[in-house]
Design a protein around this ligand. Structure first.
Ligand code: ATP
Ligand code: MG
Ligand code: FE
Length: 341
């Protein structure tokens, strides 16, 4: 089957065509970085308006690039949450309009499910169950992916997400927006052992992540005026890597049934993170799977792909499918200490 996917939950507007046999027919993405940069972060109202302006033309573009019309599409998938609600509503309503006009089924996709299943698109051999480290701007979780729609959350962050820590530290260090790539570039010029920084929860018996204390330590190190920005950036990145590796190692012990270690989400684009996880997987005797960089950060191919898998399973949604600002992948997992799921 052929699925049209739409993504608009943050500051990337995207559309893609993917088949259920993992072929990427077309994909388009329009970032909004220039529009948000003056504010040092994503402004929800600006993002929603930009999605309205850009999305219809992007959909036309992917259909043209795929040399198909809506009539050739089997289902229309869109991110229905979690994310900035204005943007989610733009994408979901667009999908509903197209589904209604073309009489096609709608698939309401969880954005996190898109990230979680994205590695299957680039790695056809990947099989369930796999241990997923989902590290993005809004989330930092370890999930056992047992099948389509079957996600068991083993750990989450009790405060900030890893990407959030990159973004906030970049801002503190004057490295600009978006923060993750800027910190990685600065870190390449610095010494990861120069600045003593904490590794919250490393070695802890509980499974979760914490990054708020690390961010505060970055601020104090910067204010001390003792170290260069590049040394602080490198030391910060190393501390995040150490936290991710320690917590992931613990989850691998807790989930011996996992057939692979998989990383997804925007922070998976980070070279130091990928290198450290490659080593960890090797120690555990598991294959390590990371999607190509463009598939790590937000895109519509992952939404179309998750939509294709759901469509094949008969998991379609009505035109009353709600847009959700919050939508946990594992509803059974309790929120940790009031932190985000
Ligand atoms: P979520 O998926 O949780 O809703 P999001 O969609 O904003 O959040 P993604 O697009 O998956 O998140 O990822 C964006 C995040 O990834 C940002 O926090 C960004 O700083 C981070 N990021 C991107 N590239 C890198 C990099 N090279 N190194 C570290 N972090 C990075
Ligand atoms: Mg973005
Ligand atoms: Fe995302």
């Amino acid at each position: 089957s052929l699925i049209l996917g739409i993504e608009s939950s943050c500051d990337e507007t995207a559309a893609a065509l993917v088949t259920s046999d993992r072929r990427l027919i077309a994909h388009k993405l329009a970032g909004q970085e220039a529009q948000h940069r003056p504010y040092g972060g994503v402004v929800p109202e600006i993002a929603a308006r930009a999605h309205v302006d850009i999305l219809p033309a992007l959909v036309e573009d992917v259909l043209a690039e795929g040399n198909v019309t809506l009539a050739d599409v089997d289902a229309i998938a869109a991110t229905a949450g979690p994310g900035l609600i204005g943007g989610v509503m733009v994408g979901l309503l667009t999908a509903k309009g197209l589904a209604l006009a073309a009489r096609k089924p709608l698939v309401a996709v969880n954005h996190l499910e898109g990230h979680a299943l994205s590695p299957m698109l680039s790695h056809p051999d990947l099989d369930f169950p796999y241990l997923l480290l989902l590290v993005s701007g809004g989330h930092c979780q370890l999930l056992l992916v047992e099948g389509v729609g079957a996600y068991r959350r083993l750990a989450t962050t009790i405060d900030d997400a890893a990407g959030e820590a990159f973004d906030k530290s970049a801002k503190l260090l004057g490295l600009g927006f978006p923060g993750g790539p800027a910190v990685e570039r600065a870190a390449a010029e610095g010494d990861p052992r120069a600045v003593p920084l904490p590794r919250p929860l490393v070695g802890s018996a509980e499974p979760h992540f914490s990054f708020a204390g690390l961010k505060s330590a970055v601020l104090r190190a910067h204010q001390a005026e003792r170290w260069s920005v590049t040394d602080i950036a490198a030391s910060f990145q190393q501390a995040v890597v150490d936290c991710l590796v320690d917590r992931t190692r613990r989850a691998l012990d807790a989930a011996p049934q996992a057939t692979a270690l998989v990383v997804a989400g925007g922070v998976a684009a980070n070279g130091a993170v990928r290198a450290a996880l490659t080593t960890l997987a090797g120690e555990a005797g598991l294959p390590f799977v990371a999607p190509p960089l463009w598939l790590c950060t937000d895109n519509a191919a992952m939404i179309a792909w998750a939509g294709a898998l759901r469509f094949e399973e008969g998991m379609v949604d009505g035109l009353d499918a709600p847009a959700r600002a919050r939508w946990p992948l594992d509803p059974a997992a309790e929120a940790v200490r009031g932190a985000g799921v």
